[in-house]
Design a protein around this ligand. Structure first.
Ligand code: URA
Length: 438
């Protein structure tokens, strides 16, 4: 390790609010990954970053060092532009399962590396693994061949991408240093810069069920990530979307796959379809595949109406070893042993939903993980029957819980408390708040 720096001085510099230079950041990341810098010094620096922040340049150097800590995917053998969309994490967010096939159906390429769910947020990989036989691990060659032949593949993020982020994220999780905009931005972008895509759309969630509770923080995070993308020479753009209520009606795994399949068949919830059309239109426009957002949206709608997007999903499932009979007839999916109806105790309108807690209760039912090593029950989850703005009568069902675990009535009481019912009809806030271009 370089004799030029001492970790103590770097912590002290950040504690005093000064900007670290590229060499100091490189010293920290390399030393931490090699094990020469101990957790207690890394934790102290992370906490100082939480309090004092980082400049755009520092955040970029940190991202670059994390990219350089591992492998950068070489997808140059994929013919054509490689599009990607990344969500900062939400509840009921099955967008990738719908958007990927829509993009593939209009003959653009989406080689996608996705993550697993943790805490209140779900993960695309867990959802796909609820399809019997579906393989989320492909060799690099299989991945490239599949994208070249059917335009789409969704796999797990390789452990070789940005290993510094993995080590740092575990430390941040244990030291209460996750919620820092430069740390979140560098963590997300280190994986996005390493994944080999050309065009990146970031879906930055804000609101009660998101990491970023306010639109101001979401905007700040979006600008920080776009600045990193620009400095790295990658086309990066962001949309700010609300997580004040779950996306669609289903929270879980099998039930989310079924909702995605319904959407691809033109029978899905409007909010999910609207978000996929919005995200897809931006990607088509950035790829110069459509002259305007309106034309792009028309083409994507046509991909749904014609059944092409649904067929792209079926092709992906088949190519990745999944049993397509479950997609063709979703009633084949197993159902949970127990279900429980959560009923309203008042007349009125759903005014608010505690989206974060709904994600937590879905996790407690078995649909998610409290820690990274927990296993998932793919049949578990919550089916919402009412959303914000809906009229409800006393005793009407608000949600149905599904679980292999008995005694879920106590979770039912928590879910009931997640619905705020008021006498007057509320304004339903828009799902898509802003788009921020590079
Ligand atoms: N997602 C990430 O990948 N990193 C963060 O720090 C937060 C969300």
């Amino acid at each position: 390790m370089s004799e030029q720096f001492r970790m103590y001085d770097i912590i002290d510099k950040k504690k005093r609010g000064e900007a670290l230079n590229r060499e100091e950041i490189a010293y920290f990341i390399r030393g931490y990954v090699s094990g020469e810098i101990p957790d207690y010094q890394a934790s102290a620096l992370l906490m100082a970053i939480c309090f004092m922040g980082m400049t755009e340049n520092e955040t970029f150097y940190l991202t670059e060092e994390m990219v350089n800590s591992g492998k950068v995917m070489d997808l140059s053998a994929v013919n054509g532009l490689k599009l990607d969309k990344h969500s900062t994490g939400g509840v009921g967010d099955k967008t990738s399962l719908v958007l990927g096939p829509m993009i593939a159906a209009v003959n653009l390429k989406m080689p996608k590396a996705s993550g697993r769910g943790l805490g209140h947020t779900g993960g695309t990989l867990d959802k796909l693994e609820s399809i019997p036989g579906f393989r989320v691990t492909l060799s690099e060659q299989e991945f490239i061949d599949q994208v070249n032949s059917i335009n789409l593949a969704i796999v797990g993020q390789s452990a070789e991408l940005a290993p510094a982020d993995k080590k740092l994220y575990a430390l941040r999780d244990a030291t209460c240093t996750v919620d820092s905009i430069p740390l979140i931005a560098s963590s997300i972008m280190s994986k996005k810069l390493a994944d080999g895509s050309d065009i990146q759309l970031l879906d930055v969630k804000f609101g009660q069920g998101a990491f970023m509770k306010t639109i101001q923080d979401a905007r700040h995070l979006a600008h920080t990530m776009i600045s990193i993308g620009r400095k790295a020479g990658k086309v990066t753009c962001a949309e700010l979307t609300s997580m004040d209520q779950p996306l669609g009606y289903e929270i879980g795994n099998i039930n989310e796959v079924i909702e995605a399949v319904d959407t691809l068949r033109g029978k899905g919830p409007k909010d999910l379809l609207d978000l996929c059309l919005h995200s897809g239109s931006i990607l088509l426009k950035l790829a110069n595949a459509a002259p305007s957002l309106e034309v792009a949206e028309r083409r994507l709608r046509q991909a749904i109406d014609s059944g092409d997007a649904y067929r792209s999903f079926v092709s992906m499932v088949r190519n990745q070893g999944g049993d397509v009979r479950y997609i063709e007839d979703t009633s084949l999916f197993p159902t949970a042993r127990y279900s429980y109806e959560v009923k309203s105790i008042a007349d009125g309108y759903v005014a608010e939903m505690n989206t974060y807690d709904l994600g937590i209760q879905a996790m407690r039912l078995g649909a998610g993980r409290q820690t990274a090593t927990d296993t998932i029950d793919h049949t578990a989850g919550i089916s919402l029957k009412k959303k914000v703005g809906d009229r409800v009568r006393r005793d009407e069902v608000l949600a149905v819980l599904h679980s292999e675990r008995s005694g879920i009535a106590d979770i039912g009481r928590e879910v009931l408390a997640d619905f705020t019912i008021r006498g007057e009809k509320p304004e339903v806030p828009p799902l898509i708040a802003e788009t921020i271009y590079n």
